[in-house]
Design a protein around this ligand. Structure first.
Ligand SMILES: C[S@@+](CC[C@H](N)C(=O)[O-])C[C@H]1O[C@@H](n2cnc3c(N)ncnc32)[C@H](O)[C@@H]1O
Length: 298
């Protein structure tokens, strides 16, 4: 029986406050934010994402000196790849709501500028950017239609949008199902599913390249091209487990369990992985890449 289950346990972490004048959610950081995992993300995730980001930037076909916005830039992986492609005269801006992630992006340098923002009410005039990038971010948008409307506003006519999402059945491989099985010893399946749904509501939808294509078309993009590409990531078993702790479900679990039970979980998952998997892990993942352009005004 998991430690947390619906009915008696709390499905939402931090719903109680020790101070009557302070709303419960003000006491603990929002587990949906990447702030608390930014350093780990920069260390174990960002290097893996740089190949995908470079491929994505390649799809933009950007020319030296152009202006590119990287939405949900995180630690700036795609922003740096874009800046490298645009050269000295190019301008790359990365936006992200997580200041912790932006701090890592700033430390990495490489030339882009950064601002803290979601993709709503962006402080840019219409048609400011030649191209837009979104590397593994669209699935996080609470309302993707509104976000895309705003993003296309700041894109010049003729400009391109290139985005990625994880492919279908991404969480079904042996590594991830094993990790999840151990997590479900600590919190019920439905509670973890609910957390994933709240943090990344569109992960399954955009994992289907046809659905992603329809969404981009409905937003107003044309000549949309999509592809499913497979990537291989090689890491130590410990780094693979660290990369799992960056995911929204792990952030939720960590906040839900006390420090004591989180440590018990970490010890248990490491023991299970040591039994089942070698010291070095080859992780194969499918990513959907999509690019389309905003039609020129007629
Ligand atoms: C999986 S990370 C990808 C980061 C980066 N694009 C990369 O390739 O490493 C998702 C990022 O999207 C950001 N994010 C979440 N919701 C967002 C929103 N509504 N608008 C913009 N960014 C958002 C998160 O803070 C996080 O940094």
């Amino acid at each position: 029986m998991p430690i947390f289950h619906r009915g008696k346990g709390e499905a939402e972490p931090s719903t109680t406050s020790s101070r009557p004048d302070v709303p419960a959610h003000a006491e603990e950081p929002d587990w949906r934010s990447f702030d608390s995992v930014a350093e780990t993300y920069a260390r174990v995730m960002a290097p893996n994402f740089s190949k995908i980001a470079t491929d994505l930037v390649g799809l933009l076909g950007a020319s030296p000196g152009q202006r590119v916005l990287d939405v949900g830039t995180g630690t700036g992986v795609a922003a740096r790849a874009a800046k490298a492609a645009l050269g000295d005269g190019g301008v790359v801006v990365g936006i992200d709501p997580s200041v912790g992630m932006l701090r890592m992006a700033a430390v990495a340098g490489g030339g882009p500028s950064y601002a803290a923002s979601t993709s709503i009410d962006l402080p840019f005039a219409d048609g400011t950017f030649d191209h837009l990038l979104g590397n593994f971010v669209m699935a996080f948008f609470p309302d993707y239609r509104t976000a895309l409307f705003e993003l296309l506003r700041i894109l010049r006519p003729g400009g391109r949008v290139a985005v990625t999402a994880w492919g279908p059945g991404e969480d079904q491989d042996e590594l991830r199902t094993t990790w999840r099985r151990v997590a479900e010893e600590f919190a019920e399946h439905d509670i973890l599913e609910d957390a994933a749904q709240r943090a990344i509501p569109w992960e399954r939808k955009f994992g289907d390249r046809n659905e992603l294509k329809d969404v981009l078309h409905d937003a107003g993009l044309r000549d949309i091209w999509t592809e499913l590409r497979d990537y291989r990531f090689d890491s130590s078993r410990e780094d693979w487990l660290a990369s799992r702790e960056v995911t929204p479900v792990a952030r939720f679990l960590k906040q839900m369990l006390s420090d004591e039970y989180w440590d018990v979980f970490r010890t248990r998952v490491r023991a299970v992985f040591a039994e089942q998997f070698p010291d070095r892990i080859n992780d194969f993942r499918d990513a959907v890449l999509a690019v389309g352009h905003k039609p020129s005004a007629s």
